[in-house]
Design a protein around this ligand. Structure first.
Ligand code: PHE
Length: 476
C-alpha cells in the first residue's frame, strides 16, 4: 500500500475518540444480563463469599489474559473478527468465520430477552405491583402470540438506531451517558435494599444484615471437593461470558482503538467495571430476595429470578416497590442495550468489511434479518414449543438451545483455538508487542504468557467437557 492509500484508509476507519470512550463502550458490552441476574444467582447457589473470592482471582488472571488477547488482536489488525484472524495467519481464517457465528446466534435471543425487559419496565410504569407479581404472569406473557414479538422489535429498533449512528456518535455517546447512570442506580438500589426488613407468614423476620451475611459470608460446612470443582467451573464460565470474550466483540471494539491508548490500563479498567457491577448486582438482589422470600426465593434461577422472584419482592415493599421496579428495569434495559449494541456492531462491522457496504445500509439490513430470526425464537415459547435435554443435563427449549450452542460450545472452542494460535503458533510476543506500543510497560507479561499457554487452555477444555456432559460422572 502506498503512503497516500494508507492515509486514506486510516482516515476512513471509525474510532473511539479516546481511552474513556473505549473503556465505557467495552464495559457497556461486558456489563449485561450476565452481571445482573446470572452472577447473583450463581453466587447465591454457591453460598456467597467463596464464589466471589474465586471469581475475583479468576478475573485477575484468566479473564485478564483473554480480554487482553481479544482487544490486542483487534487493534493490531484493525479489522473486525471475520477478517482479523485471517490477517494474523491465513490458515486461521476459519476462526474468524466461527467467531462470526456466535454473535449471530446470540442476537436472535438477546433481543427477545431485551423485549421482556421493556415489557416489565413499561408494566411497572402503568400497572400495580400486585398485578405483575401474580403467579404465572411472566409465563403467560412469553407464551402469548403477538406481544413478545412487538417488544422484541422495539428492543431491536433501539439497538439498530445506536449502531446506525456509528462508533463515536452512536456507541460511544450512548455508553458515556448510560454507564455512569447505571452505576449510580445500582449503588442506590443496593443501599436501599439493605435498609429493608420483612416478617414472613411463619413469623420469621429477616433484615439487611441477614441478607448481607447470606451474600458475603461463605458457609464452609457445605463445601466438598465436588462442590468446589463445580464452583470453579461455574465461575470460569461466568467470567468468560461476562467479559464478552471469544465472540469477536472485543476484537471489533479493539479495532476502533487508537494506537496511543494504553491497552493494559484499559483492560484493567474494563475488568474492574465489570466485576464491580457483578458484585454490586449481587448486593442489590441476593439480600433483597433473601429478606422477602428466604432461601426458597434464591433457588429461582436465571430468568425466574428476575421476572418471577423480584416482582414478588417489589410487591412486598409496599408503595415504594413500584418506583424501585421502574428504576430496576430501566437500569437492566440500559445494561442489556449496551450489550446488544456491541453484538449488532460486531455483525455489522464484519459484514461491512466483507461486502464493502455502507454502515447505514448494512445496519438496516441486519436489523431486518434479525427481526425475522427473533420471531422464530419468540414462537419457541408458543406454537414451536418443545423440550430438549441438553448433553449437560439441563432441559431447554429453543432459546436455551441457542444459548447453549453459543455460550457453552462455540465460545470455549473459539477461545481454546485462540490460545493455541497465540500461545503456541504465533507466540505471546505478538500480543505483548501490541500492548507495549509507545513505550507502555506491560507489567503482567510473564503472567500473561503462562496463562495463555497453559492455564487458560486447561480451564477452557474443562468447561467444554462439562458442557458436553463428560464431567457428569463426577457429580453422581
Ligand atoms: N457480557 C454480557 C453480560 O455479562 C453478555 C453478552 C453476551 C454481551 C454476548 C454481549 C454479547 O451479560
Amino acid at each position: 500500500m502506498t503512503n497516500r492509500q494508507e492515509m486514506a484508509t486510516t482516515k476512513k476507519k471509525a474510532s473511539f475518540t479516546g481511552s474513556l470512550g473505549f473503556v465505557l463502550a467495552a464495559a457497556g458490552s461486558a456489563v449485561g444480563l450476565g452481571n445482573i441476574w446470572r452472577f447473583p444467582y450463581l453466587a447465591a447457589k454457591h453460598g456467597g463469599g467463596l464464589f466471589i473470592i474465586v471469581y475475583i482471582i479468576l478475573a485477575l488472571t484468566f479473564g485478564f489474559a483473554l480480554l487482553t488477547t481479544d482487544i490486542a488482536i483487534g487493534r493490531k489488525t484493525g479489522k473486525s473478527a471475520l477478517q482479523a484472524y485471517g490477517d494474523l495467519s491465513k490458515k486461521w481464517n476459519f476462526l474468524g468465520a466461527l467467531s462470526f457465528i456466535v454473535p449471530a446466534i446470540i442476537l436472535t435471543y438477546y433481543s427477545v430477552v431485551g423485549g421482556w425487559i421493556i415489557k416489565f419496565a413499561t408494566d411497572y410504569i402503568v400497572k400495580d405491583t400486585s398485578a405483575i407479581a401474580v403467579d404465572g404472569y411472566f409465563g403467560s406473557f412469553i407464551t402469548s402470540n403477538v406481544s413478545p414479538i412487538v417488544f422484541t422489535f422495539i428492543f431491536l429498533a433501539l439497538t439498530a438506531i445506536i449502531v446506525f449512528f456509528g462508533v463515536d456518535k452512536g456507541i460511544e455517546k450512548f455508553s458515556k451517558f448510560v454507564m455512569p447512570g447505571l452505576i449510580f442506580l445500582i449503588i442506590g438500589i443496593s443501599i436501599f435494599s439493605l435498609t429493608l426488613s420483612h416478617t414472613d407468614a411463619s413469623g420469621v423476620t429477616r433484615n439487611g444484615l441477614d441478607g448481607l451475611t447470606r451474600y458475603f459470608i461463605p458457609d464452609f460446612s457445605k463445601v466438598t471437593v465436588q462442590s468446589f470443582f463445580q464452583l470453579l467451573l461455574d465461575a470460569t464460565g461466568q467470567l468468560f461470558y461476562s467479559l464478552s470474550v471469544a465472540m469477536g466483540i472485543m476484537i471489533t471494539y479493539g479495532s476502533y482503538v487508537k494506537k496511543d491508548v494504553n491497552l493494559s490500563k484499559s483492560v484493567s479498567q474494563i475488568e474492574i467495571f465489570d466485576t464491580a457491577v457483578a458484585i454490586l448486582s449481587g448486593l442489590m438482589i441476593v439480600p433483597t430476595v433473601f429478606i422477602f422470600s428466604g432461601e426458597a426465593g434464591l433457588q429461582n434461577s436465571g430468568a425466574g429470578l428476575m421476572f418471577n422472584a423480584l416482582p414478588k419482592v417489589f410487591e412486598a415493599m409496599g408503595p415504594i416497590g413500584k418506583y424501585i421496579g421502574i428504576l430496576f428495569f430501566i437500569m437492566v434495559l440500559f445494561a442489556a442495550l449496551t450489550s446488544s449494541v456491541s453484538i449488532m456492531e460486531t455483525i455489522v462491522a464484519s459484514c461491512m468489511g466483507f461486502f464493502k457496504s455502507s454502515r447505514k445500509k448494512t445496519s438496516l439490513i441486519i436489523a431486518a434479518i434479525f427481526a425475522a430470526a427473533s420471531i422464530v425464537i419468540c414462537l419457541g415459547y408458543n406454537i414451536w414449543y418443545f423440550e430438549f435435554t441438553l448433553p449437560n443435563g439441563s432441559v431447554g427449549q429453543l432459546l436455551d438451545i441457542m444459548d447453549y450452542l453459543s455460550n457453552s460450545i462455540l465460545m470455549p472452542i473459539i477461545s481454546l483455538l485462540t490460545c493455541v494460535l497465540i500461545g503456541w503458533l504465533l507466540k505471546p510476543q505478538t500480543i505483548i508487542e501490541e500492548i507495549e506500543i509507545g513505550g507502555v510497560k506491560f507489567k503482567k507479561k510473564g503472567l500473561y504468557t503462562v496463562i495463555i499457554k497453559f492455564v487458560a487452555p486447561v480451564m477452557l477444555a474443562l468447561i467444554l467437557a462439562q458442557a458436553l456432559g463428560l464431567t457428569n460422572f463426577l457429580f453422581k
